[in-house]
Unconditional design. Structure first.
Lengths: 86, 86, 86, 86, 86
């Protein structure tokens, strides 16, 4: 699981049908000082993360498929928590 | 899942039979500013992505095997969406 | 599995319910000289690792799901050992 | 899946028995310009790839285990195609 | 699978019980010239690899769990071969 910051979202009219209705967020992994590090991941989100919010994301495909309710879905990364910030 | 740009394609006469008839695209992962970052992935594509188009790709082997209809296929990465561009 | 140092923890009020009650540690992977290398992973911990302690972490989702007792959990990385230090 | 160039091979007298009789190729991932990028992977090969040839490799363990015919094998990366070159 | 050099070992009194009795080696991935590249992996070893020896390591969790004989183990990386050296 990675600590990441929401940096945007992706709109795709043509996509795998299992992704219909899901937000696809561009999540930038962060180093321990909060700076960007590594390639952004595109993740689905059911928690309502806002732009620039810090989140925890996970690459677990099995759990993501259960979230979208489609066991043939190619979905993998998902937002699994919104980090509390002061 | 990664945001990527299609940068070419691979032709391979000798290949795993499950890949027959599939386009193999060279997909360059992008950072949040749209610049190339990290090693390109070779992905199958059923959405008809064009050269230089932005796509979302996923590493999910289970879904990719279902797409090619062969549960012994070594396929993993696939294009799962074409990003809308203005 | 990676050698890592605990560099902090994440608090997330909104999160996947399977993570309730689990510590989420920010674990910085280390190179062979003990210097930080690569992106930190967020890992669950049942061993009571302290701040700045060296740990071994694993990305195995199947084992992590068994640890949290929820086979739909998106959890992946977990602390699997605390490194002995002189 | 990665585009890679064969850069050598590994000989290991002591190895997991499922690897007996398989070539173990050192495959250097390539960027879109064909330059080396990232850490080489050791892959099994059933296609007869030659030194310096370009190949496509996949990390799929399930397919690799079926290729070696041993469902306890730790094998993962395999050559899945030989790239046509002019 | 990665070509790596054994650079040390980890001692952990507190660890997942499935790791009891297993050596945990710090394995530094190598580039094609034999130089260190990337983050070291901690791997179990049943082949008796010595300090500074070159090995092949694999991330396959299913095979590693069979090796330790515990299907709940979080173990992933293991030494799967010792490279012959002149």
């Amino acid at each position: 699981m990675l600590l990441a910051r929401v940096e945007g979202n992706v709109t795709a009219t043509r996509k795998h049908p299992s992704l219909d209705g899901w937000r696809l967020l561009i999540c930038q992994p962060l180093d321990k000082a909060g700076a960007a590090e590594g390639t952004p991941q595109v993740a689905i989100d059911a928690h309502g993360a806002a732009m620039h919010q810090k989140v925890v994301i996970s690459s677990d495909g099995a759990a993501a498929r259960k979230s979208v309710g489609n066991n043939k879905s190619p979905v993998r990364w998902m937002v699994i928590g919104i980090v509390d910030e002061p």
